[in-house]
Ligand binder design. Structure first.
Ligand code: AMP
Ligand code: MN
Ligand code: MN
Ligand code: MN
Length: 285
């Protein structure tokens, strides 16, 4: 049986990716993707361009975004898929989430200046495609460019994670709000890369049960940041909680991302793919 090559997690230069929505669509198509979603962080400004490019290439398209949430003191990412991109409450919610990023970035730069790294705000800004969406990734690219670190993962480890000089704690959206913005706009909410959170088993259980109580319906099982063991573990979690399963590379940039668009393992046959529940929301030429 041919399983659909769906890639429902990727970033353009409208958030912290480096490719335009059009070039990302072309790369997804070249990678064999048949159903695609652009999921920029806290932002939908690239949706129309991504959709137009996808349809011109003969791919199916689902609207997407990846919302930053603070839950139990940790940052959690919630993917929205198949929503109405003009929904007022969703747009207002995302604008509110974006609004603190500039001040946070200025504080990050101040922290880096204290350890001798000058001009980080201006340096990071050179990589920013959307002034409302300056992120840690842009600082990471600047610190690689200036030779402070060899690659972006090293930057995060040494400078941009909790307890490190460029890290600034931030309050993102509340879980229930993020889920309601998505579902209120007709979309499906999905917990992104669950293996990446440093939760105790009890905290993780709370995340899943509260997410479902708020109306969340999916979990990312196959993603660029999950090992094979983590995919198997969250396949079990999806079945246990009765959640739809999603699949996405989380592609950000050529040479930086470990997983290419469209090149992921298939979802296990016992899982119900999220795109089956979203069949009526898929846009086609
Ligand atoms: P922000 O939303 O500004 O906190 O930035 C979060 C982004 O940083 C994520 O979406 C990833 O693209 C990137 N990121 C987080 N942790 C790492 C890491 N350890 N290595 C490389 N990139 C990371
Ligand atoms: Mn990112
Ligand atoms: Mn993420
Ligand atoms: Mn992502």
């Amino acid at each position: 049986m041919h399983l659909l090559n769906a890639d429902l997690h990727s970033h353009s230069n409208v958030s912290d990716g480096t490719l335009t929505p059009e070039n990302l669509a072309a790369r997804a198509h070249a990678g064999g993707v048949e159903l695609w979603a652009l999921t920029d962080h806290d932002e939908t400004a690239g949706q129309q361009r991504a959709r137009d490019a996808a349809l011109a290439l003969g791919m199916g398209y689902l609207t997407g975004t990846e919302i930053s949430v603070t839950f139990a003191g940790e940052t959690v990412h919630i993917i929205g898929l198949g929503f109405d991109a003009d929904d007022e409450a969703l747009l207002a919610g995302l604008a509110a989430v974006r609004s603190g990023r500039r001040d946070r970035a200025l504080q990050m730069a101040a922290g880096l200046a204290q350890v001798g790294i000058a001009g980080a705000f201006e340096g990071a800004s050179r990589y920013v495609g959307n002034p409302q969406l300056i992120s840690r990734t842009h600082f990471a690219r600047f610190l690689v460019e200036t030779g402070v670190c060899g690659d972006t993962h090293e930057v995060f480890r040494r400078f941009l994670t909790e307890g490190k000089p460029g890290y600034v704690p931030h309050g993102w959206a509340r879980l229930g709000d993020a889920v309601r913005w998505i579902t209120g706009a007709g979309g499906v909410a999905v917990i992104a890369h669950p293996a990446r959170y440093r939760f105790t088993p009890i905290e993780e259980y709370a995340l899943f049960t509260e997410f479902i109580a708020h109306g969340g319906r999916g979990v990312e099982v196959v993603t660029g940041s999950h090992s094979a063991a983590e995919q198997a573990r969250y396949a079990d979690t999806a079945v246990e909680f009765g959640l739809l399963a999603s699949r996405g590379s989380d592609f950000h940039a050529p040479g930086e991302s470990r997983t290419e668009l469209g090149s992921l393992p298939d979802l296990a046959g016992r899982l119900r793919p999220v795109w089956e529940a979203l069949a009526g929301r898929v846009q086609r030429a």
